[in-house]
Design a protein around this ligand. Sequence first.
Ligand code: SAM
Length: 251
Amino acid sequence: MNRYIYNASDDALVAWNRNFTSRIGDGTGDPEEDYLSTLQLVAASKPDAALLEIGCGLGRIIRVMNHVGPIVGLEPDAERFRASFASLHDGERVQILNCTSTSYRTVHPQRRFGIVVVSMVIQHVPTTTCDRILRDVHDFLAADGLAVVATTQQDEERFTYQADQTHRRMDEFDAYAGESASQTRGIPVRQFSKASFLAAVRQSGLSVVRWGQFSYVRPEKVAWFAKWMGSRPVAIQDVATSQYAILRRAA
Ligand SMILES: C[S@@+](CC[C@H](N)C(=O)[O-])C[C@H]1O[C@@H](n2cnc3c(N)ncnc32)[C@H](O)[C@@H]1O
């Protein structure tokens, strides 16, 4: 298997996020406020739980949930792994490892976590990898555990690339997403609908405790976004661009 490379930068997210609002209060705050406070609520309700984050990137979610423990963060991209390892890994309470959930499971098949988080990862991988990650969430989750999975949302499911919003067939997207070394049109972005996201998590043996959405397009930007994504303003004005689900193992 080729080494995985994440072909995007978190620096660009700060500017991009100015297009969105939380719809909480006056809308000038963090568009992810509802999601991040949900993560804090889950962590506060399970202070003794072990936390697994699959695809921890630069470690921002671990910082939000840092009062639980022990914590394991998995990151396959070498550069991003090095950054989060340098700032978070202590080799005891917090472990940051350069691997995917599937390779971690091979080494630790019996390990279970009270909290498992997959934050903004499953839209950037082939659909088969998405299914495998969600199956890993199920398998790693303790019987009384909670998982939080967050991803993209649009009014309909679409398969796109970051630098080219042409709608792709799923097989075309999968081939592109599977070759991270040659992604010349930016990172692959699967735009889930609410229905396709919930179908994917349920198919993995997870049941939904709560679903939420966050990062709404600001009213003055709706027309531009609708054109950009190949939709209509009326179809997207009340559909936030991201969604999350709190999950547990289905009975
Ligand atoms: C958009 S970033 C999100 C990072 C972090 N979870 C957050 O919310 O800030 C997506 C991350 O998923 C990682 N990733 C990609 N494929 C993965 C896989 N198969 N397993 C785990 N992580 C993966 C990428 O390297 C990248 O760091």
